[in-house]
Design a protein around this ligand. Structure first.
Ligand SMILES: *[C@@H]1O[C@H](CO)[C@@H](O)[C@H](O)[C@H]1NC(C)=O
Ligand SMILES: *[C@@H]1O[C@H](CO)[C@@H](O)[C@H](O)[C@H]1NC(C)=O
Ligand SMILES: *[C@@H]1O[C@H](CO)[C@@H](O)[C@H](O)[C@H]1NC(C)=O
Ligand SMILES: *[C@@H]1O[C@H](CO)[C@@H](O)[C@H](O)[C@H]1NC(C)=O
Ligand SMILES: *[C@@H]1O[C@H](CO)[C@@H](O)[C@H](O)[C@H]1NC(C)=O
Ligand SMILES: *[C@@H]1O[C@H](CO)[C@@H](O)[C@H](O)[C@H]1NC(C)=O
Ligand SMILES: *[C@@H]1O[C@H](CO)[C@@H](O)[C@H](O)[C@H]1NC(C)=O
Ligand SMILES: *[C@@H]1O[C@H](CO)[C@@H](O)[C@H](O)[C@H]1NC(C)=O
Ligand SMILES: *[C@@H]1O[C@H](CO)[C@@H](O)[C@H](O)[C@H]1NC(C)=O
Length: 804
C-alpha cells in the first residue's frame, strides 16, 4: 500500500521534473504571461526569471527576476526599454532562440528583444540571481546577462564595471524611471538626483571620491562580494571601502541585496533564509546617512517635493507639509505641497487688512535654505512676522536667534526638519486665516459659534451684504480680541471650535519645561501647566505618543472634531500644538485627579458621591454616543480616564483619541495590553466594534464603583473572585449584596438601587453586544425611569484572559 502510494507520487511528479531540475533552458523554450507560475527557476529555487503581474488587478506583466523563496517575491531586475519598464499584456510570449530573447504580444507583435552579438546555445537562471544567455560553443561565456544590465538592485557576486548606472523606481510599486540615479562611470560611485522627468542631472549628493587622474589609482569596479561586502576595486587591485558606509559585521544564512530605493537612499538589505514566518527585509546600512540634508543643489526640490520639508525617520526621508498646506497628490508624500488658498498680490489681498486675512504660524527647527529675497537684521521675531504678513511676496520667513529674518518666496525648496535642532531657527509660515478647519457641513458634535454662522451666510450673499457682514465680523473679532489677551492674537486660531493653536515654545514655558508630570495615560504623558497669556489658568498638557502613521494627516480634522464636543461631563479640549513631530493637546485642568485614585483609596468614597459620579459618566457617554451626529466611540473607558474637577464632577477624558492613535492592525493588541479587564470580548474576535464596547467597559466601571475594587485582582487566591464580573454575578445569584459593597452602611440603606445597578452592570458585560443595553437605556435606568430584567450569566472573562 505504502509503496504503491510512493510510486504514484513519483509518477505524478515526473512531468514536473524537467521544470524543477538544474538543467539549462534549451532553445525554443517559451514563457507565457498568462499565469503567475510562468517562470524559469534557478537550481536552488532561490531565484526565478519570468512574468510577474504588475499589480493584482492588472492585465499587464513585467518580465522580471525575483527572490523566489520568500513570500514577498521581491523583484530585483525587470526588462527595460529606454528606461521604461517593458509591460507585456496578458497572453504575451517570451521565446528563447539562437539569436536571443524575443517578447511578443498576443497578436505576435514584437514588444521587446535582447539580441546579443553572439549565437546563443541555451540559457539559465543561476543561483546567484543572474539570468544568462550562454554563448554557443563555450559554456562559461555569456552572450548576455542580467548582472550587466541592472535596474535598481545589485546582488552578491555582482560586479559593476565603469559606465554602470542604477535608476531608482518612481515609487515603491511604480517601476517607471524615478528621481535618483547611481553612477559608476568615472572612477567614483555617485548618487545623483535628476530633474524628473528629464534626464538632467543635479549635483550629486554622495560621492565615493575614488576618481584619480592617474588611471591606475582610479576606481575600476564596484564589487558586491559573496560575503555581502560592497566596495570599490581600483585598477591596481587595491580595495577601497565606501566613505560613510558602516562596516559590516558578517551575517550568515541571509539573502542580501542592495537597492537604490525610490526615495534616493542606496540601501543594503538582508533577509533571514530560514523559513520562519513574519520575516522581512531589514536594513544593514545605507548611503547617504541623512538624505534630507545631503541633497544641496540650488535647483530642484530636494529629497521631498517643493514647499514641503523633509524629516529623517529611521534613516529614510519622510515629507511633511507646513501648516495650511496640502500635498499636491494626497496619495504621495513626495509630490510636494501647495497652500490651501491662493496667496499673492492680487486685488483681493491688497484691499484688505493683512492681519484679517493671514496669520503667522511657527515651525521650530524647519528651514528652507534657498529662495531668500530679503534679509532683515537686527529684527525681533514680532518684527519679522509683521514684515512677512504685510508683504504679499512673502510666503515664509526664517528667523534665527542671531536676530536675522530671511524672507522667502515660492516655491520653497530643500526643506528640512533638523532632528537635533535647538529651536533657534524657526520657520514662520504665512497662513490664510480660517483655512483650518473648514467645515460647513455641520455633521459634527456640539454647538456652532457665531463665526461659523456668519461664514455660512457669507458664502451665499451679495457683495453689499458681504460688506456689511465683514464690518460686523471685524467688530466682533475686535471686541473678542479686546476681551481676550491681545498679545497672542496673531497666532491664535479663531475658528468655529474656539480651539487655540499653541506653539511648542509657549507650552514649554507654560509647563516649565514639561516638569510637573500629572500622569501617564494610554496615549502619552500629561503635564501640569499654567497659561501665561490667559488669566493664569491651570491646564493639563498631553504630549501624545507617536501617531499611527496614516493618522498624521488626520490630526487636525480629528482634533477639531474633539474640539467641537461640549458637555459638562467631558473634559474640555482648549487647544493643541502641531509642530514638527510634536503633537500636544491642551485640556482644562482637573483638580481632583482620576476616579481610580478616588475609588481605590482608603477610606472608600461616600455612596452618594459614587451614585452621582456613575450618573455623570453615563451622561457623558450618552453625549458621545448619541448626541453627536457622528458618534464618538471612546474605546478605553476605565477609571483612569474619568477625571474629577474641583467639585468632584466626573468628566470623561481621552475621547476621540483611540481613532487617531491606534492604527487598525495594532489596536487589538494595544487595548488588550493597556486595559485588561475592561475590554469587550469582540476586541478578541476581530469583528467590527461599535459603541457597545464602551457599554461593556462602562459595565465594568459601574461594578468597580459599586464595589470599590478593581476589575481584576490577581492577588486573590480564588480565580473566580479575582475577576470582578464573575464574582459580582455569583454575589448577585446568591443575593449577597452586603459582601459586594463590603458592608457599606449607606449603600446597604440604598439596597434596591445597589441591586438594580448591579443588574444593569451585568447586562452591560454580556458577551453578545446586541444583548447589552444602549447608552440611552443605561441613563434611563440609572435615573430610575426604566426597569431592569434579571441578567443572564456574563461570559467567563477569566478564560478569555488566559487564552490570549
Ligand atoms: C496568481 O497569484 C494570485 C495571488 O498571488 C492568485 O490569487 C491567483 O490565483 C494566481 N493566478 C494563477 C493563474 O495562478
Ligand atoms: C502553472 O500552473 C498551472 C495550474 O496550476 C499548471 O497547469 C501549469 O502547468 C503550470 N505551469 C508551469 C510552467 O509550471
Ligand atoms: C491588491 O493587493 C493589495 C495587497 O496585496 C490589496 O490591498 C488591494 O486591495 C488589492 N487590489 C485589488 C484591486 O484587488
Ligand atoms: C570561454 O569564455 C570565457 C569567458 O569569456 C573565456 O575566458 C574563455 O577563454 C573562453 N574559452 C574558449 C575556449 O574560448
Ligand atoms: C507610474 O508613473 C508614471 C508616471 O507618473 C505613470 O505614467 C504610470 O501610469 C504609472 N504606472 C502605474 C502602474 O501606476
Ligand atoms: C571625472 O571626475 C573628475 C573629478 O571628479 C573630473 O575632474 C573629470 O573631468 C571627470 N572626467 C570625466 C571624463 O567626466
Ligand atoms: C568580501 O570582502 C571583504 C573585505 O571587504 C573580505 O573581508 C571578505 O573576505 C570578502 N569575501 C569574499 C567571499 O571574498
Ligand atoms: C505573523 O503575523 C501574523 C499577522 O501579523 C500574526 O497573526 C502571527 O501571529 C505572526 N506569527 C508569528 C510567528 O509571529
Ligand atoms: C482647504 O482645505 C479644506 C479641507 O482641508 C477644503 O475643504 C477647502 O476646500 C480647501 N480650501 C481651498 C481654498 O482649497
Amino acid at each position: 500500500m505504502d509503496s504503491l502510494a510512493l510510486s504514484c507520487l513519483i509518477l505524478l511528479s515526473l512531468p514536473l521534473l524537467p521544470f524543477l531540475s538544474a538543467a539549462n533552458i534549451p532553445l525554443g523554450s517559451t514563457l507565457s504571461s498568462t499565469s503567475n507560475n510562468s517562470s524559469w527557476i534557478s537550481p536552488s529555487r532561490d531565484f526565478a526569471f519570468g512574468f510577474r503581474q504588475l499589480n493584482n488587478n492588472s492585465d499587464l506583466f513585467l518580465l522580471a527576476i525575483w527572490f523566489n523563496k520568500i513570500p514577498e517575491r521581491t523583484i530585483i531586475w525587470h526588462a527595460n526599454e529606454d528606461n521604461h519598464p517593458v509591460l507585456a499584456p496578458r497572453g504575451s510570449t517570451l521565446e528563447l532562440t539562437a539569436t536571443g530573447l524575443q517578447l511578443k504580444d498576443p497578436g505576435g507583435q514584437a514588444i521587446w528583444d535582447e539580441k546579443p552579438n553572439k549565437i546563443v546555445s541555451d540559457a539559465a537562471t543561476l543561483d546567484t540571481g543572474n539570468f544568462v544567455l550562454i554563448a554557443s560553443g563555450n559554456n562559461s561565456d555569456y552572450a548576455w546577462q542580467s548582472f550587466k544590465s541592472p535596474t535598481d538592485t545589485i546582488l552578491p557576486t555582482q560586479i559593476l564595471d565603469l559606465g554602470s548606472v542604477l535608476v531608482s523606481r518612481l515609487t515603491e510599486t511604480n517601476f517607471s524611471k524615478g528621481r535618483f540615479e547611481l553612477h559608476f562611470s568615472n572612477g567614483s560611485l555617485l548618487l545623483i538626483p535628476v530633474a524628473w522627468p528629464t534626464p538632467f542631472q543635479y549635483k550629486s549628493y554622495y560621492t565615493s571620491d575614488t576618481y584619480s587622474a592617474n588611471s591606475f589609482e582610479s576606481g575600476h569596479q564596484l564589487v558586491f562580494n559573496e560575503s555581502a561586502d560592497i566596495y570599490i576595486k581600483k585598477n591596481n587591485g587595491q580595495i577601497v571601502q565606501l566613505p560613510q558606509w558602516n562596516r559590516l559585521s558578517p551575517i550568515a544564512d541571509h539573502y542580501f541585496r542592495a537597492t537604490l530605493d525610490f526615495d534616493g537612499v542606496f540601501t543594503e538589505y538582508a533577509y533571514p533564509k530560514n523559513s520562519a514566518p513574519n520575516q522581512s527585509w531589514f536594513t544593514i546600512r545605507r548611503l547617504p546617512n541623512n538624505i534630507c540634508t545631503a541633497i544641496s543643489d540650488e535647483f530642484g526640490s530636494g529629497a521631498c517635493g517643493f514647499n514641503s520639508y523633509c524629516l529623517l525617520q529611521n534613516g529614510r526621508p519622510f515629507c511633511e507639509c507646513p501648516p495650511g498646506y496640502l500635498f499636491v497628490d494626497p496619495t504621495n508624500i513626495f509630490s510636494g505641497c501647495k497652500p490651501n488658498y491662493s496667496q499673492g498680490c492680487g486685488p483681493d489681498d491688497g484691499s484688505r487688512n493683512a492681519e484679517e486675512l493671514y496669520e503667522m504660524r511657527e515651525l521650530a527647527n524647519v528651514n528652507w535654505p534657498f529662495g531668500d529675497y530679503e534679509r532683515l537684521e537686527p529684527y525681533d521675531q514680532t518684527e519679522c512676522e509683521t514684515s512677512c504678513l504685510h508683504d504679499c511676496l512673502c510666503a515664509v520667513a526664517i528667523y534665527n536667534n542671531a536676530r536675522q529674518c530671511w524672507k522667502k518666496r515660492f516655491p520653497l525648496s530643500l526643506g528640512t526638519y533638523d532632528n537635533a535642532g535647538t529651536g533657534f531657527t524657526k520657520a514662520l509660515i504665512k497662513v490664510r486665516k480660517g483655512g483650518f478647519p473648514v467645515d460647513f457641513d455641520g455633521n459634527t458634535c456640539g454647538k456652532k459659534g457665531i463665526p461659523i454662522l456668519l461664514g455660512a451666510l457669507l458664502l451665499g450673499s451679495s457683495v453689499f451684504f458681504n460688506g456689511l457682514l465683514l464690518l460686523a465680523i471685524s467688530l466682533l473679532v475686535f471686541v473678542w480680541r479686546k476681551r481676550k489677551d491681545g498679545k497672542k492674537v496673531q497666532r491664535s486660531s479663531i475658528s468655529e471650535t474656539n480651539l487655540r493653536f499653541f506653539s511648542l515654545a509657549e507650552l514649554n514655558e507654560a509647563t516649565n519645561g514639561f516638569e510637573d508630570e500629572l500622569g501617564r495615560g494610554s496615549f502619552g504623558i500629561v503635564y501640569k501647566g499654567v497659561l501665561k497669556s490667559a488669566s493664569g489658568n491651570a491646564v493639563a498638557v498631553k504630549k501624545l505618543d507617536k501617531l499611527a502613521q496614516e493618522r498624521e494627516r488626520e490630526f487636525k480634522t480629528e482634533v477639531s472634531a474633539i474640539g467641537r464636543t461640549h458637555h459638562k461631563n467631558l473634559v474640555q479640549l482648549l487647544g493643541f500644538c502641531d509642530e514638527g513631530l510634536n503633537r500636544l493637546l491642551v485640556y482644562e485642568f482637573m483638580g481632583n485627579g482620576t476616579l481610580a485614585n478616588l475609588l481605590f483609596a482608603i477610606p472608600r468614597p461616600d455612596w452618594s458621591l459614587r451614585v452621582r459620579i456613575s450618573l455623570e459618566i453615563a451622561r457623558g457617554l450618552l453625549y458621545l454616543h448619541e448626541e453627536c451626529n457622528i458618534p464618538i466611540i471612546h474605546c478605553d473607558i476605565k477609571p483612569q480616564n474619568i477625571l474629577l474637577d474641583q467639585d468632584f464632577t466626573a468628566k470623561i477624558s481621552d475621547f476621540g483619541l483611540s481613532k487617531l492613535l491606534l492604527s487598525d492592525q495594532s489596536r487589538t493588541r494595544t487595548v488588550i495590553r493597556g486595559t485588561r479587564g475592561y475590554v469587550a470580548p469582540e476586541w478578541f474576535k476581530n469583528v467590527p466594534v461599535s459603541a457597545k464596547v464602551d457599554v461593556y467597559s462602562f459595565g465594568v466601571v459601574l461594578l468597580e464603583i459599586i464595589c470599590c475594587r478593581r476589575s481584576v485582582e490577581m492577588e486573590l487566591e480564588e480565580e473566580r473572585s479575582a475577576i470582578l464580573t464573575d464574582w459580582a454575578y455569583d454575589c448577585y445569584v446568591e443575593g449577597r449584596l452586603d459582601v459586594l459593597v463590603d458592608n457599606d452602611k449607606a449603600a446597604m440603606a440604598d439596597k434596591s438601587r445597589v441591586r438594580k445597578w448591579l443588574m444593569t452592570a451585568l447586562w452591560c458585560v454580556q458577551e453578545d453586544p446586541l444583548k447589552r443595553p444602549t447608552t440611552k437605556m443605561i441613563v434611563q435606568i440609572l435615573e430610575g425611569y426604566l426597569e431592569v430584567p434579571s441578567p443572564p450569566m456574563p461570559p467567563l472573562y477569566s478564560l478569555q484572559l488566559t487564552e490570549n
